[in-house]
Ligand binder design. Structure first.
Ligand code: BTN
Length: 254
């Protein structure tokens, strides 16, 4: 179905389809380690141990779009976050084109609709100091799944919930894979400038007061831009501009 619909040029030479798996990112990392070519895709109907960022679990029942893509980019490890930015732009645009839903991005990896999360991206890599062996981009889209347990009830939603009817997963997926392929090839030749421009236009918190919860500290200030490395630039109360490399952004009122 993916081959027939996506008409991919360089990605998807190998596609691994799994009715059930623990985590497509774990599958993809194993395959990459065994030498799978770039563009290999692992996709599952459901994940039993879906992984989110920062050691969280990612609830992945039937109905969602859960997949991972293996890349072997010519970037240094420090630049890998750019690929997450690229994926976020591709997801927001694909959702918009395939369903008519207006989606936005929140640094570093969330796709939101009306402030609720519809998609998360988990980028993992294997690298040496100055060389990336492989990158796995894991994308989870709440498509036709509608139940969100516990704390996710208020913070997450799905495309089906928003539309009030089932959406075509293959339409979203084929649009997304084509975009990922297009942006990836383009970035390898021209760099990420254009992608960053699009990300800025899609971002919900640039120019707004934010609080970023990092593992061991909290940063507050104005989110002013995204740095070319993929870091978020935040202007603190003292006027100092700092680069935030990881964490969760929440909007501050007032
Ligand atoms: C996050 O927002 O915390 C990132 C969530 C990423 C979930 C996707 S689903 C497909 C891939 N396989 C995983 O185990 N995780 C990613």
């Amino acid at each position: 179905e993916i081959w027939a619909n996506c008409k991919l040029k360089i990605f998807g030479e190998k596609i691994f389809y799994k009715p059930t798996t623990e985590s497509t990112n774990e599958n993809a990392k194993q395959l990459a380690w065994e030498g799978a070519p770039f563009g290999t895709i692992v996709i599952a109907e459901r994940q039993q141990k879906g992984k989110g960022r920062m050691g969280r679990t990612w609830v992945s029942p039937y109905g969602g779009i859960w997949f991972s893509l293996i890349l072997r980019p010519h970037l240094v490890p420090m630049e890998a976050p750019k690929l997450t930015i690229m994926a976020a732009v591709a997801v927001a645009e694909a959702i918009n084109e395939a369903t008519g839903i207006c989606a936005n991005v929140k640094w570093p990896n969330d796709i939101l609709v009306d402030g609720k999360k519809v998609c998360g991206i988990l980028t993992e890599m294997s690298a040496e100091m100055d060389l990336i062996n492989y990158v796995v981009i894991g994308i989870g889209i709440n498509a036709n799944n509608v139940d969100f347990p516990g704390i996710l009830k208020n913070s997450s939603t799905s495309l089906k919930r928003i539309k009030g009817k089932k959406i075509s997963r293959i339409k979203v997926l084929s649009n997304l894979l084509r975009k990922l392929e297009y942006y990836y090839v383009r970035a390898e030749v021209e760099g990420f400038c254009e992608i960053f421009k699009k990300w800025r236009a899609l971002c919900i918190h640039l120019g707004k007061k934010v609080m970023i919860t990092e593992k061991h500290k909290i940063v507050e200030g104005m989110a002013i831009d995204i740095h070319e490395s993929g870091a978020l630039l935040v202007k603190t109360k003292s006027g100092k501009v700092i680069r935030v490399l990881s964490g969760d952004v929440s909007l501050r009122l007032g």
